[in-house]
Design a protein around this ligand. Structure first.
Ligand SMILES: [Zn+2]
Length: 127
């Protein structure tokens, strides 16, 4: 049952992040999405998560984000955090299987923060 899987994964991801970071971070909404262009993926809307947390705990967070994608059957091209512009607040974590049109836009960017509102966790570059 899909909704049961979403509920289970929402709760488990939140629990694991809390244990790791040691603060009551919230995963307020876990969504599967599809866009008109052909991109699809997962969005986890967060509260209480800071970009510093990603920086410090990245080696521990990466297995958790990989696990979430595998559990929900998503093969993301890119996994990133979206920040509230001009702040260090993480608004959401995003797993996205990029369409052919959107891929170059992400592939062009370099480094951890190709845009001031994006913090890259993983990118599967095409050969
Ligand atoms: Zn797209």
């Amino acid at each position: 049952m899909m909704t049961e899987e979403l509920l289970k994964n929402r709760a488990e991801f939140e629990e694991k992040l809390r244990k790791l970071i040691g603060r009551p971070v919230l995963l307020i909404e876990l969504d599967l999405f599809a866009l008109p262009c052909g991109c699809a993926g997962i969005t986890a809307n967060m509260r209480g998560l800071e970009v510093d947390d990603l920086d410090v705990f990245e080696p521990q967070i990466l297995p958790l984000v990989k696990e979430m994608a595998a559990n929900l059957g998503v093969k993301p091209t890119v996994t990133f955090a979206r920040l509230v512009p001009g702040s260090s607040i993480v608004a959401s974590l995003n797993w996205r299987t990029l369409c052919l049109r959107c891929y170059p836009e992400f592939a062009r960017g370099e480094g951890k923060m190709p845009r001031p509102d994006l913090y890259m966790l993983m990118f599967e570059r095409k050969k």
